[in-house]
Ligand binder design. Structure first.
Ligand code: ADP
Ligand code: CIR
Length: 358
């Protein structure tokens, strides 16, 4: 049973969302009075409450989504909030639907031809997926010992990678100089620090302990450790060769999953801290310059209709710079990994056609 102070905070949070005309988050949309009443006393086995789920969106009224799952059980225990929100975000994936079996696209990457062989539009292509280590909850429920133990576990995995292209070095954040860290962030390789959405969700405790980045020599294969998710596995390179980027990601995922088991949910697929990443966990993106199309007033609408999301040059919650946008697949649940990448591929192909005919 949740204590009275927490219940009060939940009720105050609900009132704050309701009273805020500038808040348009999915949290506000689906946290109704009835949902609050039903869920405010519930607690997961690890002690997480509805407050842990909603506090980021309550503190950050400009959230697009506003919720995180403190542990895997939260997705079930608080499903009256999560289910409609997931359905809204992931293209109508309803409570009866099930994530299909994993299909990363092995043997099919050649179908994804280079989107920009002449290098006219696309600066770079990146595909990432998230993974949670089996047996550990998400950030708000992790202890300092958990972080260090998980880091040691994956570091061992990195050291044992045999594939020559993927081999590299793990750089812990603890002890990294500010210059190196800032340069890695600036160059789009490393996660940023002090994300207020994650901080409010209690996801940055013991920072920088247990956090870090692994990358190969060319920085085309990278793994983020214990930022938003336990692992973010990333493949990226200059240009628009989506197939080559996916091929390397598949190799990387297979190398790592051969050594550590990951948490998968019967209905929701690969488990992640944020419900926007459930299922495939795949965000395939290009950094692209489309001067004519991006100047159109209906640019966002065109992207929406293609199942694409627009982000700024430094990722989520950042602005475009020099006319470069980060365009990626929006939905990650209810389709396979290969389909998610194909959504990006066919959508961007269409955007380039529009640019060329404008
Ligand atoms: P995530 O992709 O993991 O959800 P962000 O949106 O914060 O998180 O992006 C993480 C970093 O990856 C940012 O620095 C962003 O600019 C970079 N990034 C994303 N897509 C590309 C791309 N196609 N090319 C180069 N960097 C990219
Ligand atoms: C928001 O609601 O805007 C933030 N909590 C981020 C939501 C989705 N992004 C993500 O998972 N990286």
């Amino acid at each position: 049973m949740t204590d009275a102070t927490t219940i009060q905070k939940i009720e105050k949070g609900f009132a704050k969302l309701q009273a805020s005309p500038e808040c348009h988050s999915l949290l506000k949309k689906y946290l109704t009075k009835e949902v609050v009443e039903e869920l405010k006393t519930k607690k997961t086995a690890l002690g997480a409450t509805l407050l842990d789920v909603i506090q980021s969106g309550v503190e950050n009224l400009d959230s697009g989504v506003g919720v995180y799952a403190p542990d895997a059980e939260a997705y079930t225990l608080f499903k009256r909030l999560f289910d409609p929100l997931i359905e809204d975000y992931h293209n109508g994936f309803d409570a009866e639907q099930k994530q299909p079996a994993t299909d990363l696209g092995e043997g099919k990457t050649a179908e994804l031809e280079d989107l920009d062989p002449e290098g006219k539009y696309i600066n770079s292509t990146r595909i990432r997926c998230g993974r949670s280590l089996e047996g550990y909850p998400f950030n708000p429920c992790l202890s300092e010992e958990n972080y260090l133990e998980m880091e040691a576990k994956v570091q061992k995995v990195f050291n044992e990678i045999e594939d020559a292209e993927l081999q590299g070095t793990y750089y812990p954040l603890d002890g990294m100089t500010k210059e190196v860290q800032s340069q890695l962030i600036e160059d789009h390789f490393l996660f940023k620090e002090g994300d207020r959405f994650l901080q409010a969700a209690n996801a940055c405790r013991f920072w920088p302990k247990g956090r870090g980045i692994f990358h190969n020599k060319d920085k085309t294969f990278l793994v983020w450790v214990n930022e938003e998710d336990h692992l973010r596995i990333i493949s990226m390179q200059k240009g628009g060769n989506v197939g080559a980027v996916l091929e390397r990601l598949i190799k990387g995922v297979k190398n790592i999953e051969a050594q550590v088991p990951f948490s998968r949910h019967e209905r929701l697929g690969w488990l992640t801290f944020c419900p926007t990443n459930l299922g495939t966990t795949v965000r395939a993106s290009v950094h692209i310059r489309l001067p004519k199309v991006s100047a159109r007033p209906d640019f966002k609408k065109i992207c929406d209709e293609l199942g694409l999301q627009i982000r700024g040059i430094h990722g989520e919650h950042s602005e475009s710079a020099g006319g470069v946008y980060d365009i990626s697949n929006k939905a990650r649940l209810g389709l396979t990994e290969f389909e998610a990448v194909k959504q990006l591929h066919s959508g961007v192909k269409k955007l380039i056609e529009l640019e060329e005919s404008a």
